[in-house]
Design a protein around this ligand. Sequence first.
Ligand SMILES: NC(=O)c1ccc[n+]([C@@H]2O[C@H](COP(=O)([O-])OP(=O)(O)OC[C@H]3O[C@@H](n4cnc5c(N)ncnc54)[C@H](OP(=O)(O)O)[C@@H]3O)[C@@H](O)[C@H]2O)c1
Length: 165
Amino acid sequence: MRAIFCADEKWGIGKNGGLLFSLPLDMKFFRETTKGKIVVMGRKTLDSFPNGAPLKGRVNIVLSTKDPKEGTVGAKNMQELLALLKNYPAEDVFVIGGESVYRALLPYCEEVLVTKVAADGGADTFVPNLDEAEGFQLAKEGEPVLDNGYTLRFCTYRNTAPWEI
Ligand SMILES: NC(=O)c1ccc[n+]([C@@H]2O[C@H](COP(=O)([O-])OP(=O)(O)OC[C@H]3O[C@@H](n4cnc5c(N)ncnc54)[C@H](OP(=O)(O)O)[C@@H]3O)[C@@H](O)[C@H]2O)c1
């Protein structure tokens, strides 16, 4: 299982229920990486999509204590989610947020794809600093690229001791 997110220089990922920046290049990377795969998210992240609709061309698994929305597969708690995930090849599963779901599932992820933005987006939601998180190592750091006026680096962290699902 992998996680994918875009974080600012303080490891911020969101503000007021939405994203920090509008980044077409990063969006393209996200779309292409998760196309045809299984994406795992929290209910608030689903709500943040246009019309609160699930992402097309992907299996949308949504953690929520409420009933699942049409077009999504619901998991009512972490135990149910982990049981569900056993049905899919780990290499096809991407954790796509938000904060609460990253915090719960990062220990299970073998790899984390991080788009680092060299800016402070004034976030109110954050992920753990992977440079300081136990077991995580920076495996790849891309060259800086410009996206909508922001400097990005596409990076990969590896978890040296992922938990088993
Ligand atoms: N930068 C990025 O790459 C990125 C990616 C994704 C999201 N984000 C941002 O992150 C923010 C949202 O993060 P968030 O932490 O506030 O919300 P979230 O993780 O997306 O969703 C939280 C909700 O998920 C459900 N949930 C979480 N853990 C659960 C559990 N163990 N059992 C049952 N339900 C569970 C609950 O839904 P119910 O209340 O329905 O029970 C909870 O209210 C937004 O600003 C969004 O834009 C950023």
